[in-house]
Design a protein around this ligand. Sequence first.
Ligand SMILES: NC(=O)c1ccc[n+]([C@@H]2O[C@H](COP(=O)([O-])OP(=O)(O)OC[C@H]3O[C@@H](n4cnc5c(N)ncnc54)[C@H](O)[C@@H]3O)[C@@H](O)[C@H]2O)c1
Length: 316
Amino acid sequence: MRTLVTGGAGFIGSHVAERLLKRGEEVTLLDNFDPYYDPAIKRRTAAELGALGARLVEADLREPAALAEALEGVERVVHLAARPGVRSSIEDPVLTFQSNVNGTLNLLEAMRARPGLRHIVFASSSSVYGGDAVAPFREDQPASRPLSPYAASKRACEHLAASYAELFEFRVTGLRFFTVYGPRGRPDMAIGKFIGLALSGQPVPLYGDGSVVRDFTYVDDIVDGIVAALDRPSPGFEVLNIGGGCTATMRELIDLIGAALGSALEVERHPAAAGDMPKTHADLTRVAERLGFASRVPLAEGLRRTVEWARVQRAQ
Ligand SMILES: NC(=O)c1ccc[n+]([C@@H]2O[C@H](COP(=O)([O-])OP(=O)(O)OC[C@H]3O[C@@H](n4cnc5c(N)ncnc54)[C@H](O)[C@@H]3O)[C@@H](O)[C@H]2O)c1
């Protein structure tokens, strides 16, 4: 069984690829080593996965011609490649839509050209719930008031994929991830950034009053959800939340990171950021029923593991 993992050199993609390789499966990684954050990190990760047996196709989803090679011998797709980040989508919505929406459309079209290839699991986001969400967020909420171009791009991908299920018998699971963290975590996201700054003795930035609430999900739990969706294909189109199952404010997060590090963080206050959801909180009823998913790693334990990983990285 060969699986294509788009965005396979990135944070979540690399963990998915590693899990599949360790199960003895064949994996093709597709990545363009996007400069959203240091591409050298992604190249190192791709080399590590190559040593475990992954095949790498360096290609950009915005270039449809490159996709046929990546799909060679592939039986199912985990689609994670995207321009992530709410703030970057406000600065450059065109780039966000080109990578996320056109990229997804090109991938679906390349799959359509291969009649045996209809099974795709792809990354959506808690941000699709937007301004009209009621916590805890259930998949049957309208998700019709996106607060950023990033959120709109992820919702557009859900609609696109749903149309391929309707028209071309695609079996699609869109997984709405809630703030993912862990080893190899994105350096632009709060947890990775805070731990890095604290370890080098610098203050961490806090936007607004620290009351923003997030449902934080350890990366192994996300991988559990993705692999379960691969193992149990949807009969048509479905969206499912994958969350950590408990929430914390940014203030609480800062205290928990301090506890994991063994010393309190110094905080630098900034005005609240535009486009951010004030609160995210996943209802996990549907994903438990459909995939038997339950999150296994509590926030304090996940932070402990992430700090341990960051310390080892710094020592190298
Ligand atoms: N990390 C989170 O908290 C989170 C939350 C919700 C949703 N998501 C989604 O999960 C997916 C993975 O996120 P991540 O945190 O691992 O991000 P990441 O940036 O670490 O990984 C994305 C990878 O995709 C690649 N990529 C970007 N544009 C590409 C293109 N046009 N062609 C080919 N490759 C391209 C990048 O080089 C990168 O390696 C993304 O779709 C993201 O939107 C992440």
